[in-house]
Design a protein around this ligand. Structure first.
Ligand code: UT7
Length: 323
């Protein structure tokens, strides 16, 4: 059977590093509060000349280099983002053009913080269905552009950035010994919209709007939803938590990551944490964390890796893959 195997991973961060203490000059907050409640110590924010497309392009080029491939080898681009350069065309198509590609096809996927998990699952279905051979799956965001910089309960939480992987269709034997995507579960429930949304849009206000979040309410649902969808993924693959090599969760809050890992019985040393360095970069958080853990030598070929995310919608999901 066809498996979607990771050939390469890459990332890109904006040039402007903003520490917690820098934010205390903008809103009434402190390094101590942010670290204690979220684990975040710093984030990178886009300058005027940096956009979702430019960050996504840089991450895509890094992933291609890591894979030893060029844009000519790619025939599908799926970009997970909630902060596109324009309402349309899709920012994925802009990235395709920036890469000098005039073949294949590209589109955006909008599942907020779960976007990368949804995009990997989507690209996997296209590869297994024979519609493409090699896909660039990118998560790229500039959430700084939709933050209300007078709202301390949200503006301290997010950062900008991009991460990408190259997935390639390869022949597998159909067991969990195969490399590639092995199992996935996706969920959404629109009844939670008011807990995390942007208060503007094309068809309603004709404005971009600002992010609004009832943080405590999101927190209350997060651990249960995350662990539920991961247990479904373990069930599909017929594995238990102790068979995992690495857990790469969405990086929103260290307390949510710790509570989820504890509930699932995943040892601390198997959990990849980058929220301290990047803040919450929404759809970019999982591929950014992946790229850090591959670059520092933790994630190696053959390792069993679990990706997870939860965010606006609500949307949530998990992907199990062998690196
Ligand atoms: O990626 C999408 C998914 N999103 C998430 O997973 C986010 C989930 N939620 C969270 O991570 C947490 O709920 C937050 C980090 C957003 C907030 O932490 P919390 O422990 O739930 O705090 P809280 O909202 O209950 O606020 C506690 C206090 C409040 O003051 P009072 O009402 O107790 O006097 C807030 O006004 O902290 C205050 N506060 C702040 N203080 C200093 C809120 N923001 C700040 C701030 N600095 N930046």
């Amino acid at each position: 059977m066809i498996r979607s195997v990771v050939r390469g991973v890459g990332a890109s961060l904006p040039s402007r590093l903003v520490k917690n203490a820098d934010l205390a000059g903008i809103v009434e907050t402190s390094d101590e509060w942010i670290v204690q409640r979220t684990g975040i110590r710093q984030r990178y924010l886009a300058s005027h000349d940096e956009t979702t497309a430019s960050l996504g392009e840089a991450a895509a080029r890094a992933a291609l280099d890591h894979a030893g491939l060029t844009p000519a080898d790619i025939d599908l681009i799926v970009l997970a983002t909630s902060t596109p350069n324009n309402t349309f065309p899709a920012t994925a198509v802009e990235i395709q053009n920036r890469l000098g590609m005039h073949h294949g096809f590209a589109f955006d996927m909008q599942a907020v913080c779960s976007g990368f998990v949804f995009a990997v699952t989507t690209a996997d279905a296209y590869l297994r269905g024979g519609l493409a051979k090699r896909a660039l799956v990118i998560g790229a965001e500039t959430f700084s552009r939709i933050l209300d910089w007078s709202d301390r309960s949200t503006c301290v939480l997010f950062g900008d950035g991009a991460g990408a992987i190259v997935l390639e269709a390869q022949e597998g034997i159909g067991t969990i010994a195969d490399r590639g995507v092995l199992a996935a579960s996706l969920r959404s429930d629109g009844s939670h919209k008011e807990k995390l949304y942007v208060d503007g849009g094309v068809s309603t206000t004709q404005t971009v709007g600002h992010l609004r979040m009832e943080g405590r309410e999101v927190f209350k649902h997060a651990v249960g939803m995350i662990t539920d969808v991961i247990e479904a993924t373990f069930g599909e693959a017929k594995i238990t938590a102790d068979e995992l090599d690495w857990f790469v969760p969405h990086q929103a809050n260290k307390r949510i990551i710790d509570a989820s890992a504890r509930k699932l019985g995943i040892a601390d040393e198997k959990v990849v944490v980058t929220v301290d360095q990047h803040g919450n970069t929404s759809a970019a958080s999982v591929p950014l964390a992946l790229s850090v853990a591959v670059a520092d030598g933790r994630i190696k070929k053959g390792d069993l890796v679990l990706l997870e995310a939860m965010g606006g919608g609500f949307t949530w999901g998990a992907v199990l893959l062998r690196w």
